[in-house]
Design a protein around this ligand. Structure first.
Ligand code: GLU
Length: 392
C-alpha cells in the first residue's frame, strides 16, 4: 500500500476546460444513442478545405515526418509574417513568429515567459474560459475588467485605466470575442492604445482567432497596426482553427517582439518541440491559397448567427446583444430564474441540449450558444431551449 499521490499546488486547483468537456460529453451521449442537440462547441462543422488536406497528405507522402525547427517550418513562419503584413497591416518579420500547437499554446507560452508570481493580468470579462487558468498557471493574479450586456459588453478607456495597477504586466484583448461576439472598433482600439501609452509596463496580447468571422458592417483591426509605437510590447495570438476549419490540426502562431518570441520558442523546445510537421504544410497551403473557402464559411456563419439571434430574440425573458463576430450568442436568461450551471444541466438532462453555462466565462446570467452548426440543428436547439423555458 502506498499513500495516494498528492498533486502539485498548481494542478490541485486546476479545472479541465468546460468548453471541451461539454462538447465531448455531448458526443459521448450521442454515441450512447441519446438524441442530443449540441450548440456547445466552438468548432466549425465544415471540413477543412480540400486543397489544404491534399497539401498535408502530399507532405506526408513526401516524407515530411521528422522533427522540424522548433519555431516552425521557415516557409510557414515567412507566410504568416506576410499574411500579417498584407491582411493586418502589422509590420511583422518571420523571426517574430512562432508556430504553436494552436492559438492556445501561443497564449500559454506567452504567459509562461512574460509573467512572474504577483504580476497582474487584466482580462475584460466575460472572457474565454482558458485565459484565467493560463495566467494563474504562470503564478500571476487575474484582474477581471467586468463588462455588461447593457453596454454591449464594452469597456471604456476610464474603466481600463482603473483596472491597471503598478503590478499589471499584461492585458488580454480578444476581438472578435468569445463568448460575447463583441468586436473592438478602430476607435476603441486607438483609445486603448492611448491608455497603454501612460502605462509602459503593460504588454498586450490580442487573441485574433475569430478575425475572419465578422457580421456584416464590422471590420477586424489589429492593435499592432494602429499603434506602431507600442510594437515593443504587443503580441498577436492566432491560428487556423476557426477561419479555415482546422481545429484538430493544432496549428497556430504567436507574433511579437523577437526576444520574447525566442523565449517562448525555448519553452516550446523544452516541452512540445515543433508542431506536427506535415500539418504545417497544410497550414502553409491555406495561407498561400485562395481565401474563397474562408469567405464562404464566414458567409454561412453570418446567416446562422442571424438565425440564432432571431430565434433567441423571439423567446420571452431573453436579453441579447447582437453579436458582431465569432460564432456565438451570449444571451442573458436570468429572468428564467435559474443559475447558468443548473439551467445547462437541466437542458442536457431534460431536453438533450448541450450549451455552455455563462458562469464559465464570468457571467452567471448568461448561456453560450454556438452557431457553428447547421440551420436545422440551430432551429432544433432553439426549440429545445424554449421547451425547458416553458416548464420554468
Ligand atoms: N475555443 C473554443 C470554445 O470556446 C474551443 C474549445 C476551447 O478550446 O475552449 O468552445
Amino acid at each position: 500500500m502506498s499513500a495516494p499521490l498528492k498533486l502539485s499546488v498548481r494542478a490541485a486547483s486546476l479545472q479541465p476546460s468546460l468548453t471541451l468537456a461539454i462538447a465531448a460529453k455531448a458526443k459521448q451521449l450521442r454515441a450512447e444513442g441519446r438524441d442530443i442537440c449540441s450548440l456547445s462547441a466552438g468548432e466549425p462543422d465544415f471540413d477543412t478545405p480540400a486543397f489544404i488536406r491534399q497539401a498535408a497528405a502530399a507532405a506526408l507522402e513526401a516524407g515530411h515526418t521528422r522533427y522540424g525547427p522548433v519555431a516552425g517550418e521557415p516557409a510557414l513562419r515567412a507566410a504568416i509574417a506576410e499574411k500579417l503584413r498584407q491582411e493586418n497591416q502589422v509590420p511583422a518579420t518571420a523571426e517574430e513568429v512562432l508556430v504553436t500547437n494552436g492559438g492556445k499554446q501561443a497564449l500559454y507560452n506567452l504567459f509562461q515567459v512574460l509573467l512572474n508570481p504577483g504580476d497582474e493580468v487584466v482580462i475584460p470579462s466575460p472572457c474565454w474560459l482558458s485565459y484565467p487558468p493560463m495566467a494563474e498557471l504562470a503564478g500571476a493574479n487575474v484582474r477581471l475588467l467586468p463588462t455588461e450586456a447593457s453596454s454591449g459588453f464594452r469597456f471604456t478607456p476610464g474603466e481600463l485605466e482603473a483596472a491597471i495597477t503598478p503590478a499589471t504586466r499584461l492585458l488580454v484583448l480578444n476581438t472578435p470575442s468569445n463568448p460575447t461576439g463583441m468586436v473592438l472598433s478602430r476607435g476603441e482600439l486607438e483609445a486603448i492604445a492611448e491608455v497603454l501609452r501612460r502605462h509602459q509596463q503593460v504588454a498586450v496580447v490580442c487573441d485574433e482567432i475569430y478575425e475572419a468571422l465578422l457580421a456584416p458592417g464590422h471590420r477586424h483591426h489589429s492593435l499592432a497596426a494602429l499603434a506602431p509605437d507600442l510594437a515593443g510590447r504587443l503580441f498577436i495570438a492566432n491560428g487556423f482553427a476557426k477561419g479555415w476549419a482546422m481545429t484538430g490540426w493544432r496549428v497556430g502562431w504567436l507574433q511579437g517582439p523577437a526576444p520574447v518570441v525566442a523565449a517562448a520558442c525555448a519553452l516550446q523546445s523544452q516541452s512540445t518541440s515543433n508542431v506536427c510537421t506535415f500539418a504545417q504544410y497544410g497550414a502553409l497551403a491555406a495561407l498561400e491559397g485562395s481565401r474563397d473557402s474562408v469567405r464562404e464559411m464566414a458567409a454561412r456563419f453570418n446567416e446562422r448567427r442571424q438565425l440564432l439571434f432571431d430565434g433567441l430574440a423571439a423567446l420571452p425573458g431573453v436579453k441579447l446583444v447582437a453579436p458582431e463576430g465569432a460564432f456565438y450568442a451570449f444571451p442573458d436568461v436570468s429572468a428564467w430564474g435559474l443559475d447558468s450551471m443548473t439551467l445547462c444541466n437541466r437542458l442536457l438532462d431534460e431536453e438533450g441540449l448541450a450549451l455552455v453555462p455563462g458562469a464559465a466565462f464570468g457571467d452567471d446570467r448568461c448561456v453560450r450558444l454556438s452557431c457553428a452548426a447547421s440551420n436545422a440543428t440551430i432551429l432544433d436547439g432553439l426549440e429545445r431551449l424554449n421547451a425547458l423555458r416553458a416548464k420554468l
